[in-house]
Design a protein around this ligand. Structure first.
Ligand SMILES: *[C@@H]1O[C@H](CO)[C@@H](O)[C@H](O)[C@H]1NC(C)=O
Ligand SMILES: *[C@@H]1O[C@H](CO)[C@@H](O)[C@H](O)[C@H]1NC(C)=O
Ligand SMILES: *[C@@H]1O[C@H](CO)[C@@H](O)[C@H](O)[C@H]1NC(C)=O
Ligand SMILES: *[C@@H]1O[C@H](CO)[C@@H](O)[C@H](O)[C@H]1NC(C)=O
Ligand SMILES: *[C@@H]1O[C@H](CO)[C@@H](O)[C@H](O)[C@H]1NC(C)=O
Length: 533
């Protein structure tokens, strides 16, 4: 009886749920995606997003820096491939050093310069392609697409496509939360506890750090407004100027995006103020582990004492490392009981110790998922850090440029990484760091705790991303969540007019009182003098 009533109750509540739960509809939309930036790791995020959108029955036309052919996305996927892949490192490296590893000694201002070179080189390379010009010169653009997806990573002229096709924009912030999103989204980012993306600071800054953090954040805003955007506007003029469409400045285009999907998630970035249009989807690219190639599976399965995985990501090549540093790694690894898998972009290393396996490409995420894996030696890129945390592997961070310093500082402060400065790595420091991570349970316990927090979410990252993309399509933009701060003058935005008012008015009042009192005293004194005389 009780069981029967229970079943009845369950059935009726399921029915009730089915009636009330009306999954939001958004039928086969036509999406134009422009992911023209040739950053291999950025495609971790793009490819998952596009695959999910196709699976939901949308049609995607994508301007791609790397092909997604291998994903067999079917007839609803159209690709406009930028060829050849632009090698921006050959522009950047000679401008600063003879070797990418020297970038670990550069500061914020040099990273700004580096990103500037990358931004203009890659943007013009893409805009100058006949295929892209066909997209710009589309004779009947109105109604062709429902949405423009772009990457929130420089290359702002592509936002002009949103005016040609008259569609709202959703961007992917592959670099995570960035300080400059404050200008773009219309919120005041507190420089007192939000470290600049390219700084090695944390959310707890000393006076000097706060001073420099404010300097870098403010300088970047000024550079963007008065140098970077005007030069991007020239590119817009050059490639879009002939059209009979009013295209606002790139600065304004950027202030008009509906939503930014940001590659970050708590607790990997420190808490900060956000607007509803900034949605955290960090870890989007992490998929359930796939089967490893058999030789790697065997190598790891038989690592009785555990294994170490060493990869510096897709941009930094271990083969570019100065020889004496490479020797340090080989010697230290060779003397260890653990096995080492190293992403090394050459077929062989002479006299390679038996416990080291090198390959020029490795399935990083699947290797990190292996239970024998004890330490991940990483450059601290955002995607790698997220994978290391997701699979609960303590990290040895060797940050080289830009946000890698920030990511590894955060990891070190949260107790799941040891950070080494590349130029000062010695046999002793490397061995000591690896032994700490291997033998002190503190690091593993911390990374596993952080991993559990990172995975604990109301909806998966990809469900979240797809939900908000479809939300923007359903409502044809999201002006209701656009900050009114975006329409204020900079001095109004920062309340400088109010501050000026509340400072100047009391000063004027005090000055007036002083003036009156002085006049009074003076006339009294004169009166007395006249009387005496
Ligand atoms: C392709 O898109 C159309 C309309 O957008 C949709 O009806 C169809 O199911 C999609 N095809 C596949 C294989 O998803
Ligand atoms: C644009 O492409 C043409 C050839 O298609 C090339 O000659 C020219 O140098 C390119 N310009 C830029 C700025 O890349
Ligand atoms: C901002 O975007 C909306 C659509 O989302 C569009 O109607 C409007 O013209 C855009 N404004 C500017 C200045 O780009
Ligand atoms: C440009 O656009 C305006 C308004 O949409 C239209 O009246 C005009 O004929 C267009 N001019 C050309 C050359 O297409
Ligand atoms: C890579 O291999 C080539 C030829 O096999 C060799 O000349 C070169 O020194 C190797 N580079 C490194 C960094 O081992």
């Amino acid at each position: 009886m009780l069981a029967n009533r229970f079943t009845l109750l369950t059935v009726s509540s399921i029915l009730l749920l089915l009636c009330c739960y009306n999954p939001p509809q958004c039928d086969g939309a036509r999406i134009l995606a422009v992911y023209a930036f040739p950053g291999k790791s950025h495609y971790n995020m793009h490819s998952v997003l596009i695959k999910d959108l196709i699976q939901r029955g949308h049609q995607v036309t994508m301007v791609a820096a790397f092909t997604l052919k291998h994903l067999n996305l079917g007839q609803n996927y159209t690709e406009i491939l930028i060829e050849p892949v632009y090698d921006f490192w050959s522009d950047v490296i000679p401008s600063f050093a003879d070797n990418i590893f020297a970038f670990s000694n550069m500061g914020n201002l040099e990273y700004f310069k580096m990103m500037d070179i990358i931004a203009f080189g890659t943007t013009e390379h893409a805009l100058n392609q006949t295929k892209i010009q066909a997209l710009i010169n589309e004779p009947n653009p109105k109604g062709k697409y429902d949405l423009l997806l772009c990457e929130q990573f420089y290359q702002e002229p592509f936002l002009a496509l949103s005016r040609i096709y008259d569609v709202p924009v959703v961007t992917s912030g592959t670099l995570g939360f960035e300080t400059r999103m404050s200008q773009m989204m219309g919120l005041i980012m507190p420089w007192s506890f939000v470290p600049h993306t390219f700084s090695p600071y944390s959310d707890r800054m000393s006076f000097t750090e706060r001073l420099l953090n404010s300097f870098y954040s403010f300088t970047e805003d000024l550079i963007r407004e008065y140098d970077y955007f005007p030069r991007m506007d020239k590119l817009v003029q050059k490639y879009f100027g002939h059209l009979n469409v009013t295209i606002p400045s790139t600065s304004l285009l950027e202030r008009n995006i509906s939503m930014a999907l940001v590659n970050s998630y708590s607790p990997l970035s420190s808490p900060r103020p956000l607007l509803p249009g900034m949605v955290a989807v960090g870890g989007l690219h992490i998929h359930p582990p796939k089967k490893l190639p058999s030789e790697i599976q065997e190598f790891l399965d038989n690592a009785e004492e555990g294994a170490i995985f060493f990869s510096l990501g897709s941009n930094i090549k271990s083969t570019d490392m100065p020889y004496e540093k490479m020797r340090i790694f080989l010697d230290v690894f060779g003397a260890m009981k653990q096995r080492v898998i190293w992403k090394f972009e050459n077929d062989s290393i002479p006299d390679l110790p038996k416990n080291i396996l090198i390959r020029n490409w490795l399935p990083q995420s699947d290797i990190l998922a292996h239970p024998r894996l004890k330490v991940f030696i990483t450059h601290g890129g955002l995607f790698s850090t997220q994978e290391g945390v997701h699979y609960g592997v303590p990290m040895l961070g060797i940050p080289i440029y830009c946000d890698q310093h920030l990511n590894m500082r955060k990891a070190e402060m949260s107790g799941y990484a040891v950070k080494l400065h590349f130029p000062s790595i010695t046999r002793e420091t490397l061995k000591e760091a690896l032994e700490k991570l291997l033998y002190i349970p503190y690091y593993r316990e911390n990374v596993q705790r952080v991993s559990n927090i990172f995975r604990d979410r109301p909806m998966s990252a990809s469900e979240t991303a797809v939900y908000w993309i479809e939300y923007v399509i359903r409502h044809q933009g999201a002006p209701h969540i656009r900050s009114a701060g975006l329409d204020l003058n900079w001095f109004q935005f920062y309340l400088l007019d109010v501050i000026a008012f509340v400072t100047i008015v009391p000063i004027l009042l005090i000055a007036a009182v002083v003036f009156v009192v002085r006049r009074l005293i003076f006339s009294l004194w004169r009166g007395n003098k006249i009387k005496q005389n």
